[in-house]
Design a protein around this ligand. Structure first.
Ligand code: GTR
Length: 325
C-alpha cells in the first residue's frame, strides 16, 4: 500500500512538473553488452539525453548484458511492444526484414565510412522504411566495425575454414557464407559462444574486436585473422507503434537523443576498438593481417547468386550499395 502511494505521489509530481498534462512514460531498453563496451556507455547516454530532451516526459531504463533475452527474442519483443527500444545489430533483423539483409551480404561495403554513406542515402531510407513497417524502426545508426574470424589457428584463406565448425549470428546468409567456404555453420546466441568455444562445440567464431574482448572469447580462441568479411551496422531501434503515437515534438526529441548518442557511440567505438585490439594482443592473441582478401570475396559469388536468385527484388539495393562511392 505504502509503495503504491509513493508511486502515485511521484507520478503526480512528475505530471505537475511537466505542466503539459501528459503522463510520463518509462521505456524498457535492451542492450546485449556489459559495462566497458562502447555501446553500453552510449545507451546510458541515450537514456540521459531522452530524459533531458523530453523534459522528463519519457525516461528510458536500459537493461544491459542481454538480461531481457537473446537478440533474436528481443527483436521480436520490440516488434510486439513488450520491449520498447534497444541497440540492435542488423544481422538478426535481416532474417525478418529482407531489405535489412543488404548489410549482411559479405564484402558489400568497402569500409565503415562507405557503409555509413550507403545508410545515409537512398538505400538506408528504403531499409529504414521496411524495418519501420515490420515494427522495429531505426532512429539512429551505430558503428560495429568489421567482423573477422577467430579460432585456434590463423584463417588466411577460405580453405582454412574448411571443416571448421564456426558460430554465426542467426541469419541464413551467414550459414551460406560459411558453407561456401566448406565450413560447418552453427547459429547460436551471443551469450553461449564463449562456452561453446571453450568446450569445442565450435572451432571458431567471428566478431569485431570489442565483442571478441568484452565477453572473453579471446580467452578461448588464440588467433584473430583480419578477414573483415562483414561490416554490419547497428541501430537504435524503437517499437514503431510506440514511436508513431508520440507528438511531433516528442518524436523529434527522441530522434535527436538517438542521433547524439549514436555520434557519441561512434567516437567511443573508434577508441574502444583500438583499445580492445591492443588488449587482446597484449594477452597473447596472434592477430593476422590478410593482405589479399580476393579469395574470400571470390568464394562469396555463390552466396550472392543464390541470394539474388531467391530474392530478385534485392538487386536494386545491392546495385545502389555497390555504386555508392
Ligand atoms: C556483436 C554485436 C551484438 C551481437 C553480437 C553477436 O558485435 O554488437 O549485437 O550481434 O555481435 O555476435 O551475436
Amino acid at each position: 500500500m505504502l509503495k503504491k502511494l509513493t508511486t502515485f505521489c511521484v507520478g503526480a509530481a512528475t505530471v505537475a512538473m511537466l505542466g503539459s498534462g501528459a503522463m510520463a512514460d518509462t521505456w524498457r531498453a535492451w542492450n546485449i553488452h556489459n559495462d566497458g563496451h562502447p555501446n553500453t556507455a552510449a545507451m546510458d547516454r541515450f537514456a540521459e539525453l531522452v530524459a533531458e530532451k523530453t523534459g522528463g516526459e519519457i525516461t528510458v531504463d536500459v537493461f544491459h548484458g542481454g538480461v531481457l533475452g537473446s537478440q533474436p527474442d528481443a527483436i521480436e519483443q520490440v516488434r510486439i511492444g513488450a520491449i520498447d527500444i534497444g541497440n540492435f545489430n542488423l544481422g538478426p533483423i535481416g532474417q525478418i526484414v529482407n531489405e535489412a539483409n543488404l548489410v549482411s551480404l559479405p564484402f558489400i561495403f568497402k569500409s565503415v565510412p562507405h557503409m555509413f554513406r550507403v545508410l545515409d542515402g537512398e538505400a538506408g531510407g528504403i531499409m529504414a522504411e521496411a524495418m519501420g513497417e515490420a515494427g522495429i524502426l531505426p532512429i539512429a545508426w551505430v558503428d560495429a566495425g568489421a567482423r573477422s574470424f577467430y579460432a585456434q589457428k590463423p584463417i588466411e584463406t577460405p580453405a582454412d575454414v574448411e571443416g571448421l565448425k564456426i558460430r554465426v549470428m542467426n541469419n541464413d546468409l551467414y550459414t551460406a557464407m560459411i558453407s561456401a567456404m566448406g565450413g560447418n555453420p552453427s547459429p547460436m546466441a551471443f551469450g553461449e559462444v564463449q562456452q561453446a568455444l571453450k568446450t569445442g562445440v565450435v572451432d571458431g567464431a567471428e566478431n569485431n574486436f570489442p565483442s571478441f574482448r568484452s565477453v572473453g572469447h579471446y580467452e578461448v580462441a588464440s588467433h584473430y585473422s583480419l578477414s573483415e568479411h562483414l561490416i554490419i551496422p547497428e541501430c537504435i531501434c524503437v517499437n514503431t507503434t510506440k514511436f508513431n503515437a508520440l507528438s511531433d515534438e516528442m518524436q523529434s526529441a527522441v530522434r535527436a537523443a538517438a542521433e547524439e548518442a549514436a555520434l557519441y557511440q561512434r567516437e567511443l567505438w573508434a577508441v574502444g576498438s583500438e583499445k580492445a585490439r591492443s588488449e587482446v594482443e597484449a594477452a597473447g592473441i596472434v592477430v593476422t593481417e590478410i593482405a589479399d582478401k580476393t579469395p574470400f570475396q571470390d568464394a562469396m559469388a555463390s552466396v550472392y547468386n543464390d541470394y539474388l536468385a531467391a530474392n530478385p527484388e534485392m538487386a536494386k539495393l545491392v546495385e545502389i550499395a555497390q555504386s555508392t562511392d
